[in-house]
Design a protein around this ligand. Structure first.
Ligand SMILES: CC(C)(COP(=O)(O)OP(=O)(O)OC[C@H]1O[C@@H](n2cnc3c(N)ncnc32)[C@H](O)[C@@H]1OP(=O)(O)O)[C@@H](O)C(=O)NCCC(=O)NCCS
Length: 179
């Protein structure tokens, strides 16, 4: 399973594949993610990829295509990477027909290795909408600590949602991988 999953920095070559995946999962993703209405055509996906490429060199934020057997099935990344305080915040989404197989859990595990080893982060957070049980299960499965729920963190089309905050520290990660 794990050998079928890889991460690839988002690049312009992913534009059409990522747009097609977004389009095919629009209604499903819209229940949970706030940006679907901004993606109206592949040129919007291209603009998003261009902006993430610019961020690689400025803030260092990183977004990756998740590939399953070489095909793009979702996105994971550090949408925030604070170099001063060594904190990264992970986000992810997966096409509906790939869900239920541990793909995002594995992809997030790979991102933890990048964050703690390559970027030398001290803390990695995952912020999930409070009612998003599938999303919350990812940090819980990976051994993150639940910290708190913050109120009205995100405007999701017609309502505010609270965020459940999970985190892992570098020291905890090292003791987990040594076990
Ligand atoms: C959040 C989201 C990525 C989770 O997807 P997911 O498929 O549940 O997560 P994974 O790919 O890690 O798979 C976990 C599932 O596979 C199962 N699984 C099978 N093999 C597994 C393995 N080797 N390792 C871990 N889990 C495995 C788990 O039991 C779990 O299934 P369950 O929910 O029925 O218990 C997905 O629901 C999604 O994209 N939602 C819309 C966007 C969104 O909410 N993004 C997050 C915003 S905060």
């Amino acid at each position: 399973m794990e050998e079928n999953i890889s991460l690839e920095h988002l690049k312009l070559d992913h534009t059409q594949g990522l747009y097609d995946l977004t389009e095919a999962n629009r209604e499903y993703l819209r229940e949970r993610l706030p940006w679907l209405d901004q993606i109206k055509s592949s040129s919007d996906t291209r603009k998003f990829i261009e902006s993430t490429i610019t961020e690689y060199s400025s803030s260092g934020a990183q977004n990756f295509a998740v590939l399953y057997q070489g095909l793009i099935c979702g996105v994971v990344g550090f949408h925030e990477l604070n170099q001063q305080h060594k904190i990264g915040s992970i986000g992810y989404w997966l096409a509906q027909n790939y869900s239920g197989n541990g793909i995002i859990t594995t992809a997030t595990r790979k991102l933890l290795e990048i964050g703690f080893s390559k970027f030398q982060l001290n803390k990695i957070e995952i912020r999930c909408a409070e009612p998003n049980i599938k999303s919350r299960a990812v940090p819980e499965r990976l051994g993150f600590t639940y910290e708190a729920t913050l109120r009205d963190c995100e405007w999701l089309y017609s309502q505010y949602v609270d965020h459940a905050i999970y985190s892992m520290l570098a020291s905890e990660y090292r003791s987990l991988i040594i076990k």
